[in-house]
Design a protein around this ligand. Structure first.
Ligand code: ZN
Length: 271
């Protein structure tokens, strides 16, 4: 990924997506906004206890920096599930300026309609961006351990194949900043549920000599996508840990729950 400052707002971009002029995409950070601790400063989440007016100012700041109108943003009420919602023009702007109007109960959205900026919010969970460069379809997903165990990344590819006739070879993926394998210690309930969901657990859950377990969300999601047919060369993994880089990104675990959310979004442009 590379960092750029747009209108003094620091943002990160995937190099594999940046090459394509048919889309805009971004990964925001916690910097450049107006919120007070523990939401300092560019908190984009309306649902975390921050002042809604300040969140709105932060979102306007981001929209201005990107040159994307506020009405184009579409967000969801995320539930750590595996549902993938197809977004049409009628839903454009849902959740742009408040929480109530956000798309209900989904952690992934997909569209082939230009001018809809799909955005997921996170503070340790893995954001995933998808772009089919031939069919011109985009998607976003938010995958914590629950979403990962529930196979949200694979579900996204399934929807892209079945509803949009996408071929895995044409799908580019960006796997964004999240809590890394260095810091993501998990309890036995996670280890058990992950084991039930996959026989490949060993490749992404490792045990230290003193019996602690660490979950590699990046690898787990990458493996799901490889299984779904997406070539490894089509994927870019940010490899940035939100816990290690907690001054740059919001980390739910580092801040012991009370914190803001950064946004990861993608939009198709009018051709
Ligand atoms: Zn870390």
């Amino acid at each position: 990924m590379i960092e750029k400052h747009l209108n003094t707002v620091p943002l990160w971009f995937f190099e594999n997506l940046l090459k394509h002029r048919e889309i805009y995409h971004f990964v925001s950070t916690r910097r450049g906004g107006f919120s007070n601790p523990p939401y300092d400063s560019l908190n984009l989440g309306f649902h975390v206890g921050d002042n809604p007016e300040t969140v709105l100012r932060n979102r306007e700041r981001l929209a201005m920096a990107l040159g994307i109108p506020m009405d184009n943003f579409t967000t969801a009420r995320q539930t750590h599930g595996s549902n993938v919602e197809i977004i049409t023009k009628a839903s454009r702007g849902c959740g742009a300026v408040d929480f109530d109007s956000a798309i209900d109960a989904t952690d992934a959205m997909v569209t082939d309609t230009p001018g809809i900026c799909l955005m997921v919010l996170q503070a340790d969970c893995v954001p995933l961006l998808f772009f089919d460069l031939k069919k011109k379809v985009i998607g976003v997903a938010h995958a914590g351990w629950r979403g990962t165990v529930r196979m949200i990344a694979q579900n996204m590819v399934k929807v892209l194949k079945e509803k949009f006739n996408c071929l895995p070879d044409d799908i580019l993926v960006g796997i964004g900043p999240s809590i890394g394998p260095c810091c993501y210690e998990v309890g036995s309930e996670v280890v058990v549920q992950t084991g039930e969901a996959s026989q490949h657990k060993r490749k992404y859950i490792y045990e230290t000599p003193d019996g602690k377990h660490y979950f590699n969300l990046w690898e787990a999601n990458k493996m799901q996508l490889v299984h779904a047919g997406i070539p490894e060369k089509n994927m870019e993994i940010a490899g940035m840990c939100t816990y290690c880089n907690h001054t740059h990104f919001f980390s739910y675990r580092y801040q012991q729950r009370e914190t803001g959310r950064f946004g990861v979004g993608i939009m198709l442009l009018d051709s």
